[in-house]
Design a protein around this ligand. Sequence first.
Ligand SMILES: [Zn+2]
Length: 510
Amino acid sequence: MIFRKGNPSRVDANLAIGGASIPRFGVHRFLGVLLDCGLGGGQHLKYLVDKGRGIADIVAVLSSVTWGSHPGLLLTIYRAVFRSAVEYGSQFFVWRPTNADFVRLQRLQYRIIRRAMGYHISTPINVMLAEAKEHNFSNRLEYIASKFIYKTMASKFSPVYSSLEEMEVVAVRKNRKAEAIKASRLFRHYVLTRHEEKIVYRSTYPPAFWHTYEVSSTGIAFIQRMRGCDKNNTNLIKVDFYHKSFSYRQGTVSFYTDGSKSLDEAVGAAVYSPEMRAPSNTDYRPKHRSLRALSNSNSIQRNYLIYFIKQAYIDVTKRGTEITLFWVPAHCGIPGNEIADQCAKRAALGVCRPHFQVSHVDLQILSKTAAVRRQEDYMKRISVCAGKGTRYYELYHTPSMRTWFHEETLSGNEIVLINRTKANHVNTQESLHRIGIVNSSACPCGDSRQTVNHLIFHCVTYNKDSLPIRKYIENKFPDSPQDILPALSSPSPRLCRLILTFMKANDLFF
Ligand SMILES: [Zn+2]
């Protein structure tokens, strides 16, 4: 295969080894990515569309409304099987948004999400994405490229990163550089993030392999007796903490640690010890996540600090000092922790910059923040300016990264029903009339608009059956006793059950 910009078939090159001629190929599959001779990624995109189609068919079978799988499970299948397969290797290519195959791939993504969440075909795409907490495909590609750059930056001998550096050297003239930025997504993200190179921790090989087996196999357990406490009752928490930590604090030196983030995203951290009476700044952050990482002895940690802490822990324990890690909830009035929190806030605002190198894992959070911001902009643009799913945006849209049903034990039917009602694309005359399926939006009872609210609160035909829902709404939402919509932003399992029963009893499934 000959790589060449333009038409490679014009290059005349015949290779022969020992008299046998070597055939030439236009496409070759390498590590699961289809490379074509122009490196445009067209072949790879076609392959992704084919693969995606198969997965979309499987999800379509699994998502039947009457017996199908749970929407939460279907979303997991989408992420694990479709999204991961489609995104693998795609950061190396730049496809035009108007490219027919690219559009096909995007449509497949929408189709699978629509099936998983049980939406009707008329539901706006932005509503589906917002409800499934998924980003659109172009945004995902940017996110993956940005994360990938941080990862390569962390490796001192990354061939990818050094080629990008070389590319920058070669593209001397301004218009050449602009061209490179336009043609390569990775180069663009390299230019955007290379200033972080000063603060990122760069190593020659993954941190998990620097230390002895003892370090990597050590798990530091932490005391979890404060887990599940009621964060709203601060007085009780204080008492609870003094009681539960009493035996651990006897004759010991205690340290409280906390981290803080200022508005301009500067981060500070502090350690406070009541026994030593002098607050000092340090780089250790006692988030529950870090404690979990420390206690884990099985999987490989990508953050080099975890191994540093484990090494220090082993060194200190060998000298005979005993260390106990005790998790406490933040911002609950536990005195030592409050002081540490204030010190951390001051550190975040201050000008003191320690010589501390950040793990690339922490910098990847910036990629996530940028992706979320782009998606929010997209949502706003489509909902407010283009007028699609405006009602959903005003009533229900939240920046939360979890679906509304992730903590509830609801049946698939209930979730699909609420999803459709929230999107306002349902089997009512008004909704069907809006998209031109029926001629009139009137209800057989005589009312001019058959909406969900009409069926539940006003329709004489279903007056008797809808009584439990009306009573429930009147009780829980006295401000809007004749409107079901505000109640759906985080519906209780009871409300979901009531609506489903009402629909089933009257053959009204939305
Ligand atoms: Zn009616």
